[in-house]
Design a protein around this ligand. Structure first.
Ligand code: PLP
Length: 390
């Protein structure tokens, strides 16, 4: 290595990272190579739903790795079948395609909708997505997203996406034309700062899309797998989407996503969709183990209860320190600050051994492990109180 290169210089620069190397994690705690511990309320961006290195995952990896890691997607494997069965049995949807991440699941949803439009809607291919949406970083999912600063990046974008205001049903109704094949949304927009879609809007969308023969695609990459206190956030709204995408928590930290769709919409044929690692035996075995743990109704009830506890504590902090609203559901919560100092607070929290996230300059987002304890919440609140007050 040339002497002027630092130990980090073999990696492309795609994120601003502090100059520390993480080596170990257990439950709500992450440790760096210097032995410094961090109380983790980010958990890989709402991924490690059972915390760091839970026994459920260690056992699943050990058992499956000793048996079969991978055999190409040309064959069925038992973990792939088990996890697909669990997902279809727990939702209103009939078939699953496994992906490596959330963006790939959304990319698949877009492809599926376009093919369905060609077959059943005279070639309609346009998709209405929401202002401030985030659906991933492939070219098509960036085009479907509405993240500040992305408009001019990697031009030209993939055509066919039109942005509408979330919670404005009349606006969607006006925008939905004969060329529209689907409406796609996050039920709680995570990256935009934890902004929930209203019940009236989502129920209205379900009726409207059915009336107009368009698909309703819900991106549950962040809200799915128990994050909001139900297995899937659409269950809070009492609606059945045509297509749902999953990612993040689905394998508790291993790279897995899923495109899940209504039987009638599943028009892929061999060759349309796929990838070397899709449905990999090791990763779907982890997903199956995580699914069993997270889908337990007792576990989900506890997510709601501990989420309400965290929300109440954040509201107390907000009142005490003159901050603004607390929003979100379950363990996907945000505290809106009275000034644009969220990034600075995240930095100071890091220096004090607490991991937080700031999706917007005035928003702190909290996405701890779903099995976070009351004591861990109390410890986080105490540290945050010191940071907000100073
Ligand atoms: N969709 C939503 C709602 C997300 O929050 C994210 C990631 O933050 C994605 C899609 C993209 O998922 P991934 O980063 O796994 O590609």
């Amino acid at each position: 290595m040339p002497s002027h290169r630092s130990r980090f210089d073999s990696l492309m620069v795609v994120a601003k990272r502090p100059p520390v190397v993480m080596v170990e994690g257990h439950g709500s705690f992450l440790k760096d190579e210097n032995g410094r511990e961090y109380l983790d309320f980010v958990q890989g961006w709402a991924v490690n739903c059972l915390g760091h290195s839970p026994k459920v995952i260690v056992d699943a990896v050990t058992a499956q790795a000793a048996r079969l890691v991978n055999c190409s997607p040309s064959f069925y494997t038992q973990p792939m079948l088990d996890l697909a069965d669990m997902i279809t049995a727990s939702s209103s949807l009939g078939r699953v395609f496994f992906t490596n991440c959330g963006a790939e699941a959304n990319e698949g949803a877009i492809k599926l909708a376009r093919k369905w439009g060609r077959l059943h809607r005279a070639g309609a291919y346009e998709i209405l997505t929401m202002k401030h949406a985030f659906h991933g970083r492939t070219l098509a999912t960036m085009s479907a997203s509405d993240k500040p600063g992305w408009d001019a990046l990697f031009e030209p974008k993939v055509p066919g996406f039109f942005k509408v205001e979330m919670n404005d049903l009349a606006g969607v109704e006006r925008a939905l034309g004969s060329g529209t094949v689907a409406v796609m949304l996050e039920l709680i927009q995570g990256e935009s700062g934890v902004n929930p879609a209203s019940e009236d809007f989502v129920r209205g969308l379900r009726v409207l899309t059915r009336e107009r023969g368009a698909l309703l695609i819900v991106d549950e990459v962040q809200t799915g797998m128990g994050r909001t206190g139900k297995l899937f956030a659409c269950q809070h709204y009492g609606i059945d989407p045509d297509v749902m995408t999953l990612g993040k928590g689905i394998a508790g930290g291993a790279p897995l996503g899923a495109l899940v769709a209504n039987e009638e919409v599943c028009c892929f044929e061999p060759g349309d969709q796929g990838g070397t690692f899709n449905g990999n035996a090791l990763v779907t075995a982890i997903g199956a183990a995580v699914f069993r743990a997270v889908s337990d109704p007792v576990f989900l009830d506890r997510v709601s209860a501990i989420g309400a506890y965290l929300a109440a504590k954040l509201e107390g902090l907000s009142r005490k320190n003159g901050e603004r609203e607390v929003r979100g559901r379950g363990l996907l919560l945000a505290l809106v600050l009275s000034t644009d100092r969220a990034m600075e607070i995240v930095q100071r929290a890091f220096e004090r051994g607490l991991l937080l996230n700031a999706p917007r300059p005035d928003v702190l987002r909290f996405m701890p492990a779903l099995n976070v304890t009351q004591n861990e919440i109390d410890a986080m609140i105490e540290k945050l109180d010191g940071l907000l007050g100073s």
